[in-house]
Design a protein around this ligand. Structure first.
Ligand code: OAD
Length: 236
């Protein structure tokens, strides 16, 4: 049997059962923080200390979190299939669960890079520094002398990995979407790049904002839904 190409698009819901909060649920991060203050490029340059502190806090939470069975079941899909995970999450729980091909659309919490300028979001991969779970504060400088900033795609910045994500989704045989409200573009529009005959499975306990002939909603949490999906994939 030939290997299936599976694209897996994930959002905060896949990490919710690991104890990391989502953004738009009632108790989510955006109920406590204003995303324009802590997650936008203008907010960053208005108050770097606040934004660096927000990401230090999230890095600390991530150090204590562990992958859950949904992350592990997604990683296990690699047995016999070609799997690429495209995640909006900035955590590293997919990698820690064993996924080997992970595209981070919105950056990575454990990495930082030098600032370039307010409306200049270009950077070289060579400048990206892995700080694991360490704090990064105002005054912490890159080797080139500029302030270190989170390696995060802020609102107002381009999404450098979007072309790679489009390629993966337009070539996949099955698209699995787990735990995302599909409110943030361009990630929210990615499913439209799947071929018309590609089955799309969505795991989310809430209603999903997408419709189509080949879209199947598994109304469940990520861990429960993945248990169902690993049986479904064998039948496709
Ligand atoms: P949201 O908080 O917008 O959506 C989380 C989704 O997960 C919702 O559809 C929930 O119903 C679902 N959910 C909650 N608990 C779940 C569980 N246990 N299992 C499965 N699903 C569950 O998070 P995202 O869609 O990931 O970007 O948000 C997208 C982007 O918005 C984030 O990457 C972040 C945020 O602003 C940036 O900061 C750039």
């Amino acid at each position: 049997m030939s290997k299936k190409k599976i694209a897996v698009l994930t959002g905060a819901g896949v990490s919710a059962e690991s104890g990391l909060g989502t953004f738009r649920d009632n108790d989510g991060l955006w109920a406590k923080y204003d995303p324009m203050e802590v997650a936008s490029i203008d907010g960053y340059y208005r108050n770097r200390e606040l934004v660096l502190g927000f990401y230090n806090m999230r890095r600390k939470e991530l150090a204590l979190a562990k992958p859950n069975s949904a992350h592990r079941d997604i990683a296990a899909l690699e047995e016999g299939n070609i799997v690429t995970v495209i995640t909006q999450n900035v955590d590293n729980l997919h990698e820690r669960a064993g996924s080997t091909r992970v595209v981070h659309l919105h950056g990575e919490l454990t990495k930082v890079r030098p600032e370039t300028g307010v409306y200049d979001d270009t950077f070289s991969e060579k400048e990206v520094i892995d700080v694991r779970y360490e704090e990064v504060n105002l005054g912490d400088k890159a080797p080139n002398g500029s302030q270190l900033r989170p390696h995060i795609v802020f609102f107002g910045e381009a999404v450098p990995m979007i072309d790679r994500a489009i390629d993966v989704i337009s070539e996949c045989d099955v698209l699995l979407i787990v735990g995302t409200s599909l409110q943030v573009y361009p990630a929210a529009g990615l499913y439209r790049y799947a071929r018309a005959d590609t089955p799309v499975y969505v795991i989310d306990p809430k209603d999903i904002p997408i419709r189509g002939g080949n879209i199947h909603h598994i109304r469940a949490t990520a861990t429960e839904g993945m248990k169902e999906f690993i049986h479904i994939i064998d039948t496709l």
